[in-house]
Design a protein around this ligand. Structure first.
Ligand SMILES: Cc1cc2nc3c(=O)[nH]c(=O)nc-3n(C[C@H](O)[C@H](O)[C@H](O)COP(=O)(O)OP(=O)(O)OC[C@H]3O[C@@H](n4cnc5c(N)ncnc54)[C@H](O)[C@@H]3O)c2cc1C
Length: 391
């Protein structure tokens, strides 16, 4: 699928998507159904999905949808990646979607956006083929929401830096070949003095251990210790001291991708539950025919539609390079909590079956719980919105 076709937009499609995006959606959906869904249960049990998934997706062109053809990409843009975020979230394991999504949507874009041509060749090109796996390391044990308080320090030495510190909760942190890491290079505290380094994880002094967690079981979430890790000068990403700007720039797409994923995940669990409510009977009728349950579906459908509309509105603004800070923040805030609540309501409609692992609904609830925390918590989204109103 080298080079995306340039198709006109027929009536009836949901903007900003065109027929070309729907073709991509169809091929992604086939891939997800044939190559991810059948393995989701096993990968969840194993608490891991195979690294080979990256080169497989690279081969299909899915890791480089928005990058130019000359870098091995598909020549598309953020809208193509938006379709990917939606379709991956139907794979029945948010852990798989998160591992792939961290590589595609949060760890590789900063190198593309802020990197030199040499860095693009060394890191973006093999990320597009899936030969190298990427992780983004911002959070630390002592600095999450308050990113400006991060303490991992890079000291200048001849030819580069030596890094010491810790990173926490890093998706792909164990399997990654490189970590795009926020570090303190300057003497200043707070926002200033933060820079980004691309750290090769095979360097001596890089140690990552996998953390156990409530959901996202198939993904690798790591605690990373960095002890005297050497990083060459040519792996400074962007300008020294400009790291905070990079963090903020990256958050917009991460949050939008999370909102897109949450809406699609809600739709998926809703559809599965609707089918269940029509075939499961109690007191002589399908449970979906009880008013209490019918109303629950009505509420969920309204929530999903509202989340989708706001998310697509934010996506349109983002894609048009308009200021989308408020819309993206609102979409992230609304969709993540909604996704958890919809999944929980769907579990309730499944009754005892919903509590059973084999039915797959309990996983949807556990997986959705990360949304109001990851990529900036609900409280931080409200802070951003409140401040945007001058409060
Ligand atoms: C599974 C998983 C995967 C992750 N993947 C990555 C990754 O790949 N890369 C990465 O860098 N990070 C990653 N994270 C980290 C994630 O972004 C942080 O957990 C998140 O930003 C919150 O930071 P924290 O956990 O330190 O919470 P804290 O900042 O300690 O917050 C604790 C509580 O205090 C609240 N709070 C904090 N400040 C305020 C305030 N000003 N007003 C009101 N309430 C406030 C928070 O909302 C929260 O409820 C991941 C986390 C998880 C759980």
């Amino acid at each position: 699928m080298k080079g995306l076709p340039d198709a006109p937009r027929p009536a009836g499609l949901l903007p900003p998507f065109t027929a070309e995006h729907e073709q991509l959606r169809a091929s992604l959906r086939r891939f997800v159904e044939a190559e991810l869904v059948p393995h989701a249960d096993a990968w969840e049990r194993e608490r891991w999905f195979p690294d080979e998934l990256f080169p497989r997706m690279g081969e299909l062109g899915f890791l480089g949808l928005r990058y130019p053809l000359e870098y091995g990409g598909q020549g598309g843009d953020h809208l193509h990646e938006a379709v990917l975020a939606e379709e991956l979230s139907r794979c029945r394991s948010a852990g798989v979607a998160a591992g792939l999504g961290a590589h595609i949507s949060i760890a590789t874009p900063p190198i593309w956006g802020f990197g030199t041509e040499d860095q693009r060749q060394r890191y973006v090109v093999p990320a597009i083929t899936g030969e190298r796996i990427a992780a983004l390391g911002i959070t630390e044990p002592g600095a999450g929401s308050d990113v400006a308080s991060l303490r991992t320090r890079a000291e200048r030495v001849e030819g580069g830096w030596v890094v010491n510190g810790e990173k926490a909760f890093i998706t792909n942190g164990v399997r990654a070949d490189h970590l795009v890491a926020a570090v303190r290079t300057g003497e200043q505290d707070g926002h200033g003095g933060i820079s980004f380094l691309i750290i090769d994880t095979d360097q001596p002094g890089y140690a990552a251990s996998k953390l156990d967690k409530l959901g996202w079981h198939a993904s690798d979430t790591a605690l990373i210790a960095l002890q005297d890790v050497f990083v060459p000068q040519e792996n400074l990403l962007g300008k020294a001291g400009d790291g905070f700007k990079l963090i903020m720039a990256n958050f917009q797409w991460e949050r939008l991708a999370m909102a897109l994923g949450a809406v699609a995940a809600m739709q998926d669990v809703f559809e599965r539950t609707l089918a269940y409510a029509m075939q499961r009977s109690a007191f002589g009728r399908p449970i979906g025919r009880f008013q209490a349950i019918r109303h629950r579906f009505a509420e969920m459908a309204t929530t999903i539609e509202a989340s989708r509309s706001l998310t697509y509105h934010a996506l349109r603004r983002f894609h048009a390079s308009e200021d989308a800070l408020r819309e993206v923040t609102m979409a992230k805030l609304l969709s993540q909590r909604a996704s958890f609540e919809v999944a929980d309501a769907c579990l309730q409609i499944h009754g005892g079956a919903g509590y059973m692992v084999e039915v797959g609904i309990e996983r949807a609830v556990r997986d959705a719980r990360l949304g109001p925390i990851g990529g900036g918590t609900d409280e931080i989204m409200k802070e951003i919105l409140g401040r945007s109103m001058g409060l």
